[in-house]
Design a protein around this ligand. Structure first.
Ligand code: PMP
Length: 437
């Protein structure tokens, strides 16, 4: 709409949403869309949930907002205990925020304050991956590895040390293990050249989300990073904004790999699209040091309000009650098998990878060389528009810094049924057939 007061991104005019139920949304023209990406990988329980609505209304009837310095509130305490329980107590302190970016900011600042408090102020920079995405605020952008987003702001952000992660699609090493070992050795050399005593923390997503289209890092790599952090005395921050709260078939993705972070951030699926709620989880000994040095110099107005926390609690209870982690594993197998079968039929699908209900599909101009399509062809936008015409929403990303092709994420709600997965695959198949021509 040309007269809209809103501005987000350049692009074609969007249909106006009318209503939503389960895994589907309808626009005001009556067209139905299967939500193949849970909005922004956030509506993890699907739409129109009566149980979440009821929990929110019950809280609204009691009190919607209280400020954290004025009152304790029972939903915040309960959600804090629930989150600690999801880590089996490995991370036993919780700090609430309202978004993924805020959660990342909080982790960066807490980690820095920890080293100031413990007499190591020379630790002043982070290590993160290129490509990566950790949020849109300046601190989170500082650890984000994606040049088009970074470029206008380089004078305003702290620059983290950016290192490549493993790429199991494009590497030319003898095998995957050799590849991981080489990547880790190069990262070690980069950190040694920069001075290990200057590093606060390694920040990374255990499975790439929007940034790399579902790229897996794998157990060998994550264990290697954990070992480097331990050796160099820095912290490990895992960004589970997208992968957390059941998306990959465990409560948190790190639980697949036997690697425990020192700090973990989560958001998106915690509020499941019903209310913004994010959290930073960490260990008591870290918090104790920071608190003893005068407290955590950070916070946001809406952090940990009762309505947000009642929503997060209802989401976790629903995942438990409905056995959704099992559903994610079963439907994830079905979806992955279906996507791989589709990929067989289209040479321009270079790579399909994922875990649970987090799948990425990478498009390439030449499957032999794995060359991405030229960026100006906007292939990610084409496939997304075709899918939308066929009644399917997917989450697109453009070519990343020339190191990966266009890609899209298929991340339906954790509640999706077997029949709905088949419908998703049929619609995607029709969209891909049209892209082929
Ligand atoms: N980290 C990751 C891994 C994300 O995927 C995102 C959002 N795409 C963020 C951080 C930022 O979250 P938010 O948009 O809620 O600020």
């Amino acid at each position: 709409m040309t007269d809209s007061p809103l501005f987000y991104q350049a692009g074609p005019a969007l249909p106006e949403v009318s209503h939503a139920e389960g895994v589907s949304l309808w626009d005001t023209q009556g067209k139905e869309y299967l939500d193949g990406c849970s909005g922004a990988i956030s509506c993890n329980l699907g739409h129109g949930r009566q149980d979440i609505r009821d929990a929110m209304l019950a809280q609204l009837d009691r009190v919607a907002f209280t400020y954290r310095t004025q009152f304790e509130n029972a939903p915040a305490l309960a959600l804090g205990h629930a989150l600690v329980g999801l880590t089996d107590g490995a991370l036993d302190k919780v700090f609430f925020v309202s978004s993924g970016s805020e959660a990342v900011e909080s982790a960066l600042k807490l980690a820095r304050q920890y080293f100031v408090a413990t007499g190591a102020p020379q630790r002043r920079r982070f290590v993160s991956l290129r490509p990566s995405y950790h949020g849109s605020t300046l601190g989170a952008l500082g650890v984000t590895g994606y040049r088009p987003l970074e470029a206008p702001f380089t004078t305003l952000t702290h620059a983290s040390l950016k290192v490549p992660g493993p790429d199991f699609y494009r590497h030319r090493d003898a095998d995957d293990d050799a590849h991981v070992d080489r990547v880790l050795a190069e990262t070690r050399a980069t950190i040694e050249a920069a001075g290990p005593e200057s590093i606060i923390a390694f920040v990374l997503e255990p499975i790439g989300g929007a940034s790399t289209g579902g790229r897996l890092l794998g157990e060998r790599y994550l264990k290697g990073v954990r070992a480097l952090c331990d050796e160099f005395g820095c912290l490990l921050i895992l960004d589970e904004v997208l992968t957390g709260v059941g998306r990959t078939g465990t409560w948190f993705a790190y639980q697949h790999y036997g690697v425990t972070p020192d700090l973990l951030v989560t958001a998106k699926g915690l509020g499941a699209g019903y209310y913004p709620v994010g959290a930073l989880l960490t260990r008591r000994d870290i918090v104790t040091e920071v608190m003893a040095s005068g407290g955590f110099q950070h916070g946001h107005t809406y952090a940990g309000n009762p309505l947000a926390c009642a929503t997060g609690l209802a989401v976790i209870e629903a995942i438990r009650r409905e056995g959704l982690l099992e559903n994610v594993r079963a439907r994830g197998e079905q979806l992955g098998t279906g996507l791989r079968a589709l990929a067989e039929r289209h040479a321009w699908v270079g790579h399909v990878r994922g875990l649970g209900l987090l799948w990425g599909v990478e498009l390439v101009a030449d499957p032999a060389t794995r060359e991405p399509f030229p960026a100006e062809q906007n292939r990610f936008a084409q496939i997304t528009a075709l899918a939308r015409e066929e009644g399917l929403l997917v989450y697109p990303r453009r070519t990343l810094d020339g190191v990966a092709g266009d890609h899209f994420l298929v991340t339906p709600p954790l509640t999706i049924t077997a029949d709905e997965v088949e419908t998703l695959l049929e619609r995607l198949s029709r969209a891909m057939a049209r892209f082929d021509r």
